[in-house]
Design a protein around this ligand. Structure first.
Ligand SMILES: NC(=O)c1ccc[n+]([C@@H]2O[C@H](COP(=O)([O-])OP(=O)(O)OC[C@H]3O[C@@H](n4cnc5c(N)ncnc54)[C@H](OP(=O)(O)O)[C@@H]3O)[C@@H](O)[C@H]2O)c1
Length: 263
């Protein structure tokens, strides 16, 4: 993967680097020789991840503990993006609650992490990349952003924003040799659903993706210059359906992750 320039001393930032897709990004980029700035809230776990990666792959890996759902957290990461070749805005969250019964502070926290932090860090990274005529931003979105299939959940709306934003900004910086891409996985085995308290025990095994595979497909699509990447043919077929099926049909099959559509 050479979308961010020569292999020598490239630097990447990965948010949400201690678990799931972010940890897979950090591992993969370490194997490619990137020096890493890793972001998450749990400082001990983050330092452990950084030490493990630098010990195993001989790269510089720095832990930057920050809560990206806060302006201060975003500021502290934004201030470190000068000269960075690749930014992976991966940290994100969901809520296991319908909108009407949800705490509005939780909804605002979801929006701050899934949307505002992505905007802030992309905005901080791009001017330097455009000036250098090189660099890339990967914003981890979701297939859930392609249609409102989870009634009452604001998660899908936040990811619809991430995908539309990345596609739009990606077009505007492409003439300068800079890439912005939305990576839109389907169900991926990580800590994500447990954290949100979502019971996924009824989800068929064949629907689950592997985080390393998601990262592999995402970086392949980034190298190909794609603006939107959907790993795995099953989810590409599902997205095709979501984009082309009549809205009424989609609304008829819509269910939240608890299998019902109420509060
Ligand atoms: N898993 C799926 O099925 C799936 C499907 C589609 C899209 N996605 C998207 O993929 C991305 C990664 O999800 P994942 O499944 O890998 O999640 P995960 O396993 O739960 O990992 C989340 C990571 O983000 C960090 N994080 C959470 N809140 C944060 C905050 N406020 N500030 C900074 N870091 C924070 C966590 O560390 P700390 O707790 O220490 O902060 C952890 O490192 C998300 O954007 C998610 O929406 C996931």
């Amino acid at each position: 993967m050479s979308v961010t320039g020569p292999a020598r001393r490239r630097a990447a930032v990965v948010t949400g680097a201690t678990a799931g897709i972010g940890a897979a990004f950090a591992r993969r980029l370490a194997t490619e020789g990137y020096d890493l700035l890793l972001v998450a809230r749990d400082a001990d776990r983050l330092r452990g991840t950084a030490a493990d990666l630098s010990g195993r792959y001989g790269v510089s890996a720095t832990a930057l503990p920050a809560d990206l759902s806060t302006p201060d957290g975003c500021d502290s990461v934004a201030a470190r993006l000068g000269g960075v070749h690749l930014v992976v805005n991966n940290a994100g969250m969901s809520l296991n609650r319908g909108f009407v019964g949800s705490d509005v502070a939780d909804e605002e926290r979801l929006l701050a992490l899934n949307v505002t932090a992505v905007l802030r860090l992309t905005h901080a990274a791009l001017p330097g990349m455009v000036e250098r005529r090189r660099g890339a931003v990967v914003n981890v979105s979701s297939v859930a952003g392609f249609a409102a299939l989870m009634p009452g959940s604001t998660y899908g709306a936040s990811k619809a924003w991430v995908t539309a934003f990345s596609e739009s900004i990606g077009q505007s910086v492409r003439p300068f040799g800079v890439r912005v891409m939305a990576l839109c996985p389907g169900y991926t085995r990580t800590e994500f659903h447990d954290r949100a308290g979502i019971d996924m025990s009824g989800t068929p095994r064949w629907l689950w993706l592997d985080a390393d595979r998601v990262v592999h497909d995402g970086l392949r699509d980034l190298a190909r210059g794609r603006l939107v990447s959907v790993p795995d043919w099953k989810y590409r077929a599902a997205v095709f359906g979501m984009r082309h099926a009549p809205a009424r049909l989609l609304q008829a099959v819509a269910r939240d992750t608890r299998g019902r559509t109420g509060r």
